[in-house]
Design a protein around this ligand. Structure first.
Ligand code: NDP
Length: 449
């Protein structure tokens, strides 16, 4: 509950102004609940309307995206870019292509991104964008035409020193490639740092593809070691989703000694008690772009169950939700607790409902918020931009080592802030406070802008 008068007043005004943005309000509320432990120590924030400015995007852009499908029919989607906060660097944050995309979803993601990017210690502000376009079931040519049309408008708002998008749900290497190609054609400049997640032949970074999932496991390993004196070794793990984050989280956690027993897509989940064959999942998802159900058809001893929610009823030690926002509710957490689960590490952005978080924390499970534990993706995007600027490429090992260092530092920053706030080990609190302090400081220094 928000009890601090200043934060309550600002929250009420956000709610009044944007009553139809539930995801955004949910993200703001969670952050405010953490900030109330530090806001009294900073009277200058209220005097300078720091919190009011923090919740209001610097710029919101929506635009029409017309494109022609393979039948010659003209389709129209809506594009978004929310340039939320540039206090510590150019706006940075991914593009999501999914039918559920709307302004509330993009604003919540952009808002979270401000704090996440701050935690990475790299100079990146917060932004996010996307479209309600669904790449699923579209031909390559249709995806290309959509991406080109999307960039034909977006290009005028972005640039390596202004705003630098990347991928997210529905936007992988293929989409980034098409968008980069169109940007380059329009501006007639090879501006590598304008978008990250590029292919390796045109300025992409080794280990960027793996970075979010690997980073999640590096962060989780730190939390397990420092807060529970244990590791992934011998643990049964559920990883929801079967996309970029889920695949590489599952891969790293397996390398660290865990056994991934289940994964899902939005239709249903697979259960493989022997440990999911990740080569098979990657082949199904990356090459064949097929449904996860195909796995059970091809791997003896595994099962497919229709409906994604059942995944949380399986017995596991560690749960890593890596699919989408609000995918885990309080009932799901209750199943995990009943089955002896000890930790929930978020790979997706805001995958737990507020009630689910309350239950996780109330029952003493280890918990890391996505804005801290999935920050390895954007951190490595930052490293991709660094390589583009110095016109060099680092080896996989070099990037991976930097990523490990960054994730360790993020864990330490979250943990130290949780101690300073009097709740040692509350990493959600620590992430919100540590991320915000730097942004607030930069905003104070730059005056009323
Ligand atoms: P992908 O598009 O690669 O994969 C998303 C996966 O999640 C798909 O398997 C999709 O299934 C599944 N999914 C989507 N919605 C649901 C749902 N409601 N229930 C169950 N499964 C669902 O996206 P990413 O892996 O890139 O992103 C996953 C999450 O991680 C998102 O929250 C994203 O914001 C976050 N993230 C991503 C980063 C990155 O670098 N890519 C960085 C930081 C955070 P289906 O195919 O059926 O839709």
């Amino acid at each position: 509950m928000i009890t601090n008068e200043y934060l309550k007043r600002v929250y009420d005004s956000v709610e009044k102004r944007d009553p139809d943005q539930p995801e955004f309000l949910q993200a703001v509320r969670e952050v405010f609940e953490s900030l109330q432990l530090v806001v009294d120590k900073h009277p200058e924030w209220e005097k300078n309307a720091i919190i009011e400015r923090f919740v209001e995007p610097e710029r919101v852009i929506t635009f029409r995206v017309p494109w022609v499908d393979d039948n010659g029919k003209v389709q129209v989607n809506r594009g978004y870019r929310v340039q939320f906060n540039s206090a510590i660097g150019p706006y940075k944050g991914g593009l999501r292509f999914h039918p559920s995309v709307n302004l509330s979803v993009i604003k919540f993601l952009g808002f979270e991104q401000i704090l996440k990017n701050s935690l990475t210690t790299l100079p990146m502000g917060g932004g996010k964008g996307g479209s309600d376009f669904d790449p699923k079931g579209k031909s390559d040519a249709e995806v290309m035409r959509f991406c080109q049309s999307f960039m034909t408008e977006l290009y005028r708002h972005i640039g390596q020193f202004t705003d630098t998008p990347a991928g997210d749900i529905g936007v992988g290497a293929r989409e980034v490639g098409y968008m980069f190609g169109q940007y380059k054609k329009i501006v007639d400049r090879f501006e590598g740092g304008v978008i990250t997640g590029k292919g390796l032949t045109f300025g992409g970074s080794l280990a960027r593809t793996q970075a979010t999932g690997y980073g999640l496991c590096y962060y989780a390993a730190e939390a397990l070691s420092h807060l529970a004196n244990t590791s992934f070794e011998g643990k049964k793990v559920i990883v929801s989703g079967a996309g970029n984050v889920a695949q590489y989280a599952a891969e790293k956690c397996t390398q660290l000694g865990g056994t991934v027993i289940a994964m899902c897509d939005s239709n249903g989940y697979i259960y493989d008690p022997d440990g999911v064959d990740l080569k098979k999942v990657m082949d199904i998802k990356q090459k064949r772009r097929a449904r996860i159900s195909v796995y059970a058809d091809e791997v003896p001893g595994s099962e497919y169950h229709e409906g994604r929610k059942g995944i949380w009823t399986l017995k596991c030690d560690i749960a890593m939700p890596c699919a989408s926002q609000n995918e885990m509710d309080a009932d799901d957490v209750q199943h995990l607790i009943d089955n002896g689960c000890m930790a929930v590490f978020e790979g997706a952005n805001m995958p737990l409902t507020p009630e689910a978080i309350e239950k996780v924390l109330g029952n003493g499970l280890l918990y890391s918020p996505g804005k801290a534990s999935n920050a390895g993706g954007v951190a490595t995007s930052g490293l991709e931009m660094s390589q583009n600027s110095i016109r060099m490429s680092w080896s996989f090992e070099e990037v991976d080592e930097k990523l490990q260092g960054i994730m360790k530092n993020i864990f330490k920053a979250c943990y130290d802030a949780s101690v300073e706030c009097g709740e040692p080990g509350n990493l959600m609190l620590g992430a919100n406070v540590a991320g915000f302090l730097k942004v607030a400081d930069a905003m104070m220094a730059q005056g009323i802008v």
